[in-house]
Ligand binder design. Structure first.
Ligand SMILES: [Zn+2]
Length: 129
């Protein structure tokens, strides 16, 4: 019986962990049973294994000094650009409290200007002579 496509999708996430020996117990057995029945996932697992084998043949190279220097220069340049953009940030720092204060003032004006409920509903007594 061929496994469902959605089970293959859930296996994709685990195949790499399995290939690196990082799966144990039920997850490991689930992968092994699935790969035994599924040509697609068996092929994917073989590709991962071949890639691992090819990568293992490469020797580790130390990072070049020039790379580190250019990275530090880039970080320094980015910090300078951020410092130059600071006036925009201070504008936003003042805008938010100003808008908040204006909103509170507008609400206060509406409440003060609105006639109270008691004054509107009480009838003025008529003086009949
Ligand atoms: Zn599969």
């Amino acid at each position: 019986m061929k496994p469902a496509a959605d089970s293959c999708a859930s296996m994709d996430a685990l195949l790499l962990d399995y290939a690196y020996g990082e799966l144990e117990g039920a997850s490991r057995r689930e992968i092994e049973e699935h790969v035994a029945l599924c040509p697609r996932c068996r092929s994917a697992l073989m590709e991962v294994a071949q890639t691992r084998h090819a990568m293992a043949a490469l020797t580790a190279e130390p990072a070049p000094e020039a790379g580190l220097e250019s990275l530090l220069a880039y970080a320094s340049q980015a910090a300078e650009q951020r410092k130059a953009a600071a006036p925009t940030a201070s504008f936003w720092r003042w805008l938010v409290p100003a808008v908040s204060l204006a909103s509170v003032a507008a609400v206060g004006i509406v409440f003060i200007a609105r006639p109270s409920h008691d004054q509107m509903s009480l009838p003025v007594p008529a003086m009949v002579a």
